[in-house]
Design a binder for this molecule. Structure first.
Ligand code: AMP
Length: 421
């Protein structure tokens, strides 16, 4: 199974494929499959409907980096994002794909103006910024717009919620030269649609069509945990379950390898399955898992396809998959053969928005359980909007996911305040 073939088929060049291999990505996400070939083969504006966590930074970042072939030390692309955290996150992600020696830097409000002016003077090819500060630089004449080829509006609906719409309009108004506009938004409020009408040129709409799937069969629970505490949380869960027999899902090959080797070092009977594991090795590992020589399988989504093992006690989403369908495939494994297994999802702060879209997709209650006391408080999952009907509020789950235990806290008491600040 050569996972890079799928990325290659999207039109990505060899140097970009090398960067992808380094990241440990196995297959393109749905939004990447839609967006990347479009950006590489046409010159049209796009509106892409996608949530954070679906791989959208790579969806626009990989083709942009591929197309900006050399460092010019003048802004060639601007990515507008709603928050400073996202500016840093997106910058980091773009830098990890940067095989063309481009200069990529964040420009956000609250940071030192002097330092930003120094960076801009030195030269930045891709600017990732928050609208207020970008506008500030445009007004001062410190951000040269003459070479901009791409303008990306990332999380446009969120920028609208945060009151940035006028700033964005002014920025778009100031950019008179020819450029491509790529608008990413999870929802399409009127004001964003109007922005597209007024400042974009006949954009193509790219939307991932999701198939509806029901998942009545499985006990689904989650807890909030800091990224750095995930491993300890995992071992806690394995330790409290006397007959633990489960699959731990990782998002990348590197993540899967790392978790499996940490488990092995601690003496757990774990093996890893991902796209680089040979067919012969894969069969050997699956045999060991079926006959319970090992009780823990750490796997990526691709590698777990076709694994048909019954009576799992747990499916653990150590990291969230990139789309809701993969979540359903993962947890479906606990539902085999009237099994009473538990699907447990770890939610770090970065994963909250993607988890919200999975919940909305499922239209199913996912219960919250408290994080183990010794791991400390993690950022609370507070979705901005939550439309699902909620069911029986008397059910409880405890840590580890057993039923009929009152240690659990229910997770459906959700305020509608913003998840980010
Ligand atoms: P984003 O939606 O851009 O915030 O991405 C969320 C996370 O998914 C980041 O950690 C990315 O590095 C990761 N990611 C993006 N694309 C893929 C992929 N094709 N396979 C696995 N992980 C990915």
């Amino acid at each position: 199974m050569n996972q890079l073939e799928e990325f290659k088929a999207l039109g990505l060049s060899d140097d970009i494929l090398t960067a992808i291999a380094k990241k440990g990505f196995e297959t393109p996400s749905a939004i990447q499959s839609l967006t990347i070939p479009h950006l590489l083969t046409t010159d049209k504006d796009i509106i892409a409907q996608a949530q954070t966590g679906t791989g959208k930074t790579a969806a626009f970042g990989l083709p942009i980096i591929q197309m900006l072939t050399s460092r010019r030390n003048i802004p060639q692309a601007i990515v507008l994002v709603p928050t400073r955290e996202l500016a840093l996150q997106v910058t980091q992600e773009l830098i990890s794909f940067n095989t063309h020696d481009l200069s990529i830097a964040p420009i956000y409000g609250g940071a030192s103006m002097t330092e930003q002016l120094r960076r801009l003077k030195k030269g930045i090819d891709i600017v990732v910024g928050t609208p207020g500060r970008i506008l500030d630089h445009i007004r001062r004449g410190t951000l040269d717009l003459s070479a901009i080829a791409y303008l990306v509006l990332d999380e446009a609906d969120e920028m609208l919620n945060m009151g940035f719409i006028e700033d964005i309009e002014e920025i778009m108004h100031a950019m008179t030269g020819p450029k491509r506009v790529l608008l990413f938004s999870a929802t399409m409020p009127d004001r964003i649609a109007a922005l597209a009408r007024n400042y974009m040129h006949e954009p193509d709409l790219l939307k991932v069509e999701s198939q509806h799937v029901t998942t009545d069969l499985t006990n689904q629970i989650y807890f909030e945990v800091r990224e750095g505490d995930k491993f300890d949380a995992l071992t806690r869960i394995i330790d409290v379950e006397p007959e633990f027999y489960g699959i731990i899902f990782a998002r990348t090959k590197i993540g899967a390898d790392e978790t499996a080797s940490r488990l092995t070092v601690r003496g757990y009977a774990a093996e890893v399955l991902h796209g680089d594991v040979s067919q012969a090795q894969r069969e050997k590992i699956l045999r060991k898992f079926r006959d319970r020589t090992i009780n823990i399988l750490v796997a990526t989504d691709v590698a777990a396809r076709g694994i048909d093992v019954g009576n799992l006690t747990h499916v653990i989403n150590y990291s969230l998959p990139q789309d809701s369908e993969s979540y359903v495939h993962r947890i479906g494994r606990t539902a085999r053969a009237n099994n009473d297994g538990v699907a447990l999802t770890f939610i770090s702060e970065k994963e909250q928005s993607n988890f919200k879209s999975i919940e909305n997709f499922l239209e199913k209650e996912i219960y919250k359980i408290p994080v183990p006391a010794e791991l400390g408080e993690a950022p609370e999952y507070k979705p901005r909007s939550y439309n699902n009907k909620r069911g029986d509020s008397s059910k409880r789950r405890s840590f580890g996911g057993k039923r009929n235990n009152n240690n659990g806290k229910k997770g459906n008491n959700r305020p509608s305040s913003p998840a980010r600040n």
